[in-house]
Design a protein around this ligand. Structure first.
Ligand code: SF4
Length: 257
C-alpha cells in the first residue's frame, strides 16, 4: 500500500497535437497548471511524511504533455525535489533540451507498429518524427521505453517490432479491434500497461482536478481542493476494500484477464 502512495499518476491535460484513430481520451479543455501540480505535490508530501514515506515517482500522461511549453520546467522542479518522473508521450514535440536531469526522467514513447500502420493511425510523417525523438532522447541519456499499442493491425508484429531494440510495454486497443483471444495473449504473455500487479491501485490526479483510484477509473474519490488527509484516507479506504478491480466504476477492464 505504501508503494501505491509513493508512486502516483498525473494527467495534466487531455488535449493533444494528434488525433489518432485509436485515441480514447475525451480531449476536454481542462488543464492543470504547473503551480496547481506543485502545490498538490508539496501538500501531498507533507501528508506522506506523517506516514513515514515520501513521493518517489510520478507518471505523466495526457493528451500530449509536451504541447505545454512550460512542462519541462515542471519536470525540472520535481526532479530537483528528488522525484523520479516518467512521461508517456507520442514523441512528436521535442522539448528535451529543456529538461535538466535526463537520468531522472523516463520517456515512454508510443508506437503503433511499423511505419505504414503507425502513420495510418497517427497521420503521415509521425513515425519518422517519433523515431527521431527517440534517437535524440537516447543521445541525451534519457531512459527510453516504447509504449506499443496493440491493435488488429499491429498484433502480427507484436514480437518483431523494434525501435532501437528498446524495451516495450504493451497497451491493448480499448476501441474493440482485437479478439478476446488476442487480448488474453497480450495480457498473459507480454509486459503490459497498466502493469499486472501495480497500475490498478494508483492514486491518479486527472486534468479535471479530481482524484481517482486508478488511471482508468471514471468515478472520482476526491478533489484537488480537498484537504490532502481526506484524499489519502479515501484512497486507502478504497484500496483496502479491494474494490478497484471488481467494482465496475473502478474496473479498467483488463486486470482480471
Ligand atoms: S497521441 Fe495519444 S492522446 Fe494524442 S491523439 Fe494519439 S492516442 Fe490520443
Amino acid at each position: 500500500m505504501i508503494s501505491a502512495l509513493e508512486n502516483i499518476y498525473i494527467s495534466p491535460l487531455e488535449l493533444c497535437n494528434l488525433n489518432c484513430r485509436y485515441c480514447y481520451t475525451k480531449k476536454t479543455k481542462n488543464i492543470l497548471s504547473n503551480s496547481q501540480i506543485l502545490s498538490f505535490v508539496r501538500r501531498y508530501n507533507q501528508q506522506l511524511a506523517t506516514r513515514n514515506c515520501q513521493l518517489k515517482s510520478i507518471i505523466f500522461c495526457g493528451g500530449e504533455v509536451f504541447t505545454l511549453k512550460n512542462f519541462p520546467s515542471l519536470i525540472n522542479k520535481l526532479n530537483s525535489m528528488g522525484i523520479f518522473t516518467s512521461i508517456i508521450t507520442n514523441g512528436t514535440i521535442d522539448r528535451l533540451k529543456n529538461i535538466k536531469d535526463p537520468r531522472n526522467c523516463q520517456l515512454i514513447v508510443s508506437f503503433d507498429g511499423p511505419q505504414n500502420i503507425h502513420d495510418a493511425n497517427r497521420g503521415p510523417g509521425n513515425f519518422t518524427r517519433s523515431k527521431k525523438f527517440v534517437k535524440h532522447a537516447l543521445k541525451l541519456n534519457f531512459p527510453v521505453e516504447i509504449f506499443y499499442l496493440i491493435t488488429k493491425d499491429s498484433y502480427p508484429y507484436k514480437d518483431s517490432f523494434q525501435v532501437y531494440n528498446l524495451p516495450k510495454t504493451y497497451l491493448t486497443d480499448r476501441l474493440g479491434s482485437l479478439t478476446s483471444k488476442q487480448i488474453i495473449d497480450i495480457r498473459q504473455n507480454y509486459p503490459c500497461y497498466p502493469p499486472k500487479n501495480f497500475g490498478c491501485s494508483m492514486l491518479s490526479l486527472q486534468s479535471d482536478g479530481k482524484f481517482y483510484g486508478c488511471c482508468e477509473s471514471v468515478k472520482p474519490i476526491a478533489s484537488i481542493s480537498d484537504p490532502i488527509k481526506k484524499v489519502v484516507k479515501r484512497f486507502l479506504d478504497l484500496t483496502s476494500k479491494n474494490l478497484l478491480c471488481s467494482d465496475p466504476d473502478y474496473f479498467c477492464g483488463l486486470k482480471n484477464l
